[in-house]
Ligand binder design. Structure first.
Ligand code: AMP
Length: 431
C-alpha cells in the first residue's frame, strides 16, 4: 500500500514524501482509512510503530479545508518530551498547509500557552496537569473542539493521570472523533475506553508486547562497581557509537554523566530534577551530535525520539519487561536497525531472566575482551554463556565501527566519523 491510496490531502502526501516515508506503517494503513471515515479508534500500538502519524494525518486531513482560528484538535500526552515530539511531528507533517500547533506543559511560563488558546491554535498538544491549570480560566474553553487524542494512555495511568483525564473530559465539549492509543490495555484503561469511545475501530498490532524486529540484544555481565568503566570502554573502543543510556535513579544519571564527561565522552542527562530548558537543551545537543551520550531516567525519556539512534544501554536492568520494551523502542524505530545493550550485575540476573522469559528471548552474554574484570567471589571468571566480544562479531552480530578515541573534541580522521545530526524522518538503513 502507498500513501497515495490512502486519499490524504495532497499537501500531506507531499510532506510524507519529503520526510522519506515510503509506505504507511502497519498501524497507519489500519488506522487512517477508518479515521478518515469519521470513526473513533482504539489502537494498541507500541512506540516506534509510527502511531503519531497514524493519528495526526487524519486530523490534519480534516483540518486543511477548515477556517483557521479555532482549536479543533487536542492531543493529551503523559510527558513534556512526548508532547514536544508530537508537536515536531505535526509541524513536519503540516509543513505545506500552514496548520498550526502549540504545546502546553508544565515547567515553563504560562504566557505563550495562554496566547495559543486565545488565538485558537489549530491543534493543542498538552500534558494533563498544565492543561487543567489553564482550564481554570475562561480563555481555555476549547468550545470548538472536534478531535481528541489520548496518546500512551497506559503511561498516563501509570503516572496517576487518570483522574485528571476524567476532569479534562468533563470540561471539553463532546468531540466529534476520539483516537485512543495505548501500548497495553490494563483494566482501568479498558473502562475509560468504554466511557469515551463510540463504536471504535479496534486495531491491535501485536498480541504480546515484543521489541521491534530490528533490535539486536546483548548483555554484558559485570560487577556493580565496574559498570561505569565497562561503559566507558565500550564507548572508547567504538562498540557503542552514540547511545541513550537508562539509569533507574536521577542521582545515578548525574553521577554517570559526570564519569563519562571526565573520560572525554561528551554526555548530558535528562531526568525529573532538570528544568524544561535544561532538558530541551540536552536533547537538542544529543540530536545534533554535540553529545555522544544522553543519560536518562525512564519517565523523562518518554517521548524522546531520535532518528538513527544506534544504541540503547540499560545501565540498570529495568524493573519490568514493559520498561525494557519502552526503553529499547527508542532504537530501531520504524523498521530501522539498532542494538540494546544491558549491563547486568550478578544481583540483577534474576530480573533479567524474568524479562527474557516474558519476551521469549535468550540474550547472549558477552565478555569484553581485555577488560580488567574484577571477579565476584564465587563466580566463574567468564560469564554464563561465555561469548567473547570476538566470537560475537564472528557470529554475525551488528557490524562494529573501528575503535574510536571516545572523544568528539579531536578532529575526526574521516568524514564518516563526524557527529551526525539526526533529523526527523531520516532513517538508518540496513547497509
Ligand atoms: P512513532 O511510533 O510515532 O513514535 O514513530 C516512530 C518513528 O517512525 C518516527 O521517527 C517517525 O518519523 C517514523 N515514521 C513514522 N511513519 C513512518 C513511515 N510510514 N515510514 C518511515 N518512518 C516513519
Amino acid at each position: 500500500m502507498s500513501f497515495s491510496t490512502l486519499k490524504l490531502h495532497p499537501t500531506l502526501i507531499r510532506s510524507v514524501d519529503k520526510l522519506g516515508f515510503q509506505r504507511p506503517s502497519p498501524i497507519q494503513s489500519k488506522a487512517i482509512p477508518p479515521a478518515l471515515e469519521g470513526r473513533d479508534l482504539l489502537a494498541c500500538a507500541a512506540t516506534g510503530s509510527g502511531k503519531t502519524a497514524a493519528f495526526l494525518l487524519p486530523i490534519l486531513h480534516q483540518l486543511v479545508e477548515q477556517p483557521r482560528g479555532t482549536t479543533r484538535g487536542l492531543v493529551l500526552a503523559p510527558t513534556r518530551e512526548l508532547a514536544c515530539q508530537i508537536r515536531d511531528d505535526l509541524n513536519a507533517l503540516a509543513q505545506f498547509n500552514g496548520i498550526k500547533s502549540a504545546v502546553v506543559h508544565g515547567g515553563v511560563v504560562m504566557g505563550p500557552q495562554k496566547t495559543a488558546f486565545r488565538k485558537g491554535t489549530d491543534v493543542i498538544i498538552a500534558t494533563p496537569g498544565r492543561l487543567l491549570d489553564h482550564f481554570q480560566h475562561h480563555y481555555a474553553a476549547l468550545s470548538g473542539l472536534e478531535y481528541l487524542v489520548l496518546d500512551e494512555a497506559d503511561r498516563m495511568l501509570d503516572m496517576g493521570f487518570l483522574p485528571d483525564i476524567r476532569r479534562i473530559l468533563q470540561h471539553v465539549p463532546k468531540p466529534k472523533q476520539v483516537f485512543f492509543f495505548s501500548a497495553t490495555m490494563p483494566a482501568p484503561i479498558e473502562k475509560l475506553t468504554r466511557e469515551i469511545l463510540k463504536k471504535p475501530v479496534r486495531i491491535t498490532l501485536q498480541r504480546k508486547a515484543v521489541p521491534a524486529e530490528g533490535v539486536s540484544h546483548a548483555v554484558y555481565p559485570v560487577l556493580a562497581k565496574q559498570r561505569g568503566s565497562l561503559l566507558v570502554e565500550l564507548l572508547r573502543r567504538g562498540h557503542i557509537d552514540d547511545a541513550l543510556v537508562f539509569t533507574r535513579t536521577k542521582h545515578r544519571a548525574d553521577r554517570l554523566a559526570r564519569l563519562l564527561n571526565r573520560n572525554d565522552i561528551f554526555s548530558e542527562r535528562i531526568h525529573g530534577n532538570r528544568s524544561q530548558p535544561q532538558r530541551t537543551k540536552a536533547l537538542a545537543g544529543f540530536k545534533s551530535g554535540k553529545f555522544r551520550v544522553l543519560v536518562a531516567t525512564d519517565i523523562a525519556a518518554r517521548g524522546i525520539d531520535v532518528d538513527a539512534l544506534g544504541h540503547v544501554v540499560n545501565f540498570d536492568v529495568p524493573g519490568a519487561p514493559e520498561d525494557y520494551i519502552h526503553r529499547v523502542g527508542r532504537t530501531a524505530r520504524a523498521e530501522a536497525k539498532g542494538e540494546a545493550i544491558t549491563l547486568v550485575m550478578p544481583e540483577s540476573e534474576g530480573d533479567l531472566q524474568g524479562i527474557e522469559r516474558a519476551l521469549g528471548l535468550t540474550i547472549p552474554r558477552i565478555h569484553l575482551e581485555n577488560f580488567p574484570y574484577d571477579v565476584a567471589p564465587g563466580t566463574p571468571p567468564h560469564p554464563a554463556h561465555g561469548n567473547t566480544d570476538k566470537s560475537r562479531q564472528k557470529a554475525g552480530n551488528r557490524k562494529r565501527k573501528p575503535a574510536k578515541a571516545g572523544n568528539r573534541k579531536r578532529k575526526p580522521a574521516k568524514a564518516e566519523s563526524k557527529p551526525r545530526p539526526r533529523r526527523f524522518g531520516k532513517r538508518r538503513t540496513n547497509s
